[in-house]
Design a protein around this ligand. Structure first.
Ligand code: 16G
Length: 169
């Protein structure tokens, strides 16, 4: 299953009983998303900088070629804008029988679309993808205020084993 190469545009369901809206698609990132506000959306998460189309294209190509990057977006097809995003990265391991570890990264939903469960939708989608791809676990770092949100989606603090540490450069 190579989600990043999939041409499929599918209409997700948050749950079997609660279908997504008609105007929403969840799909892999495309080059044309540069023009659909993808980077502006990431700017709601953290500093993005002035990324040119060339830089974006080169990074897109590198991610495709190296494999293991599943940048997933939600598009509002009425306005052709990217309104949600989350990335699954896959680390190759020797441990756990040469398994994979998934990391949930760069989760962001446009703040004007609050209350539509888009965060839940994109996180669940990407987490299922990690499972489908054979990851033995999926990890994330988040701000304190988001711990509850992720807990409702099946993520757990592992006592004694959940300390995120960073070295900033
Ligand atoms: C959050 C994000 C992480 C992102 C970081 C950016 C999730 C689950 N976590 O920790 O993926 O890269 O913020 O913040 O989305 P920074 O610019 O301070 O590194």
């Amino acid at each position: 299953l190579d989600f990043s190469n999939s041409p499929a545009i599918f209409k997700p369901k948050i749950s079997a009983t609660q279908p997504g809206e008609d105007w929403m698609v969840v799909r892999p990132l495309q080059r044309s998303d540069y023009d659909k506000g993808f980077l502006q959306l990431l700017g709601q998460l953290t500093s993005v900088g002035n990324v040119t189309r060339k830089q974006f294209d080169e990074r897109f190509t590198q991610m495709k070629q190296s494999g293991g990057y599943y940048v997933t977006v939600i598009e509002d097809t009425r306005s052709s804008k990217i309104i949600g995003a989350a990335t699954l990265t896959i680390e190759q391991k020797f441990i756990h029988n040469c398994s994979f570890r998934g990391r949930l990264e760069d989760v962001v939903v446009n703040d004007t679309y609050r209350g539509k469960q888009l965060g839940k939708l994109i996180v669940v989608t990407v987490s299922l993808l990690a499972q489908e791809l054979g990851c033995y676990k999926m990890s994330l770092d988040c701000k304190d205020k988001l711990i509850k949100f992720y807990e409702t989606l099946g993520y757990k603090m592992e006592p004694g084993n959940s300390n995120a540490m960073n070295m900033r450069f």
